[in-house]
Design a protein around this ligand. Structure first.
Ligand code: SF4
Length: 334
């Protein structure tokens, strides 16, 4: 692990200013905001993350979950995953989010991991975590050992010739289906980004994973209210029952009118280089009968651009079955 500086601001303005100062004081300096540290500290120990400055944001007033006037919810960036998962409003109005959070990691990790940190969770590609292996995401231009290597858990959607890594988060999949908005502050501007625009495809620059610029801080996430009668759930398929990342997962929000689907949104995890959503597949179900043939047709549409790697062709069928099953389950609730 490299030597680094650490700062402990107590208000947001000071944290942003510290980030900007550290970035401009040293050319090439890397700053990271430290919250739960459940990904960042791991990666620092592995020499994958090598920040010159850490700005500890645990003292900032960003640890609250607040009801919004429109009936939605505002979630501070340092709200712990366990607190969010067990919040009564989340369990009542957004069960998909609670279930996604509780399906991730372990109880100890959820007690530390935060909302903002989970949004920025790095891939679990084994080559990314090994500084001796070729990895364009860790070291641009070095190659990708996963292409043709061990890629069982990697992406079938959204990959490029530079990188095929999956986004590992469960929470992000639920937030995608819930149409969350990410609120960001930097030294020069404050902005709100729909989650659909927050994650970048790897393309030719897999080291850049989100639209965040250096020194910008996620301050909160907002959830719009769900329409009356909406039901939601999260289904995660993985190699073992706990403390494991998804091979395929689905977050579904559905509203039914009798036998018909009035509205539906869904996103998948474990299969894409970012939490994956296909609006066409959702549109195909609006007004359709809530039955298995309609769900199978939607799953086909969702996966139609899928491209398997050498070791993960099984994911295409697995993802289809995961999606169909979760849509059927949501229809039974709705
Ligand atoms: Fe690195 Fe991405 Fe290739 Fe994994 S898939 S080795 S993260 S470039």
């Amino acid at each position: 692990m490299d030597v680094f500086q650490i700062q402990t601001p107590t208000d947001i303005d000071a944290a942003i200013a510290a980030g900007a100062a550290a970035t401009t004081a040293q050319q090439g300096a890397t700053i990271r905001f430290l919250a739960g540290g459940t990904t960042l500290v791991d990666l620092m120990k592995l020499n994958v993350e090598r920040p010159s400055t850490l700005i500890d944001i645990n003292r900032l007033p960003l640890d609250k979950i607040d009801a919004q006037p429109d009936g939605g919810l505002r979630i501070g960036a340092t709200v712990r995953n366990s607190d969010l998962a067990h919040d009564a409003r989340v369990q009542r109005d957004y069960p998909v989010l609670s279930q996604a959070l509780l399906s991730g990691a372990s109880a100890q990790l959820r007690n530390m991991a935060t909302t903002g940190g989970n949004l920025l969770q790095r891939t679990r590609c084994v080559y990314f975590r090994d500084e001796h292996m070729a990895c364009n995401k860790r070291k641009p231009g070095s190659g990708c050992a996963a292409i043709g290597g061990f890629n069982r858990n990697l992406a079938i959607l959204g990959a490029s010739e530079q990188c095929i890594a999956t986004n590992p988060s469960d929470m992000n999949v639920a937030l995608m289906a819930l149409d969350a908005t990410i609120h960001i502050r930097g030294a020069k501007r404050e902005r709100s980004v729909p989650i659909a625009d927050f994650f970048l495809l790897p393309g030719a620059a897999p080291d850049k994973e989100t639209v965040l610029e250096p020194g910008e801080l996620i301050t909160q996430v907002t959830l719009p209210p769900l329409p009356q009668g909406a039901k939601s759930l999260y289904l995660k398929l993985r190699d073992r029952a706990s403390y494991e990342f998804a091979l395929a997962s689905a977050a579904v929000v559905m509203i039914r009118e009798g036998d018909t689907i009035r509205d539906v949104r869904f996103a998948m995890g474990g299969v894409g280089t970012r939490p994956w959503r296909v609006k066409d597949a959702e549109a195909s179900l609006r007004g359709a009968k809530a039955d298995k043939p309609a769900f199978q047709a939607a799953a086909e549409r969702f996966l139609q651009g899928a491209k398997p790697q050498s070791g993960n062709g099984f994911k295409i069928e697995l993802a289809k079955r995961c999606l169909v099953h979760s849509l059927q389950s949501a229809a039974q609730l709705a």
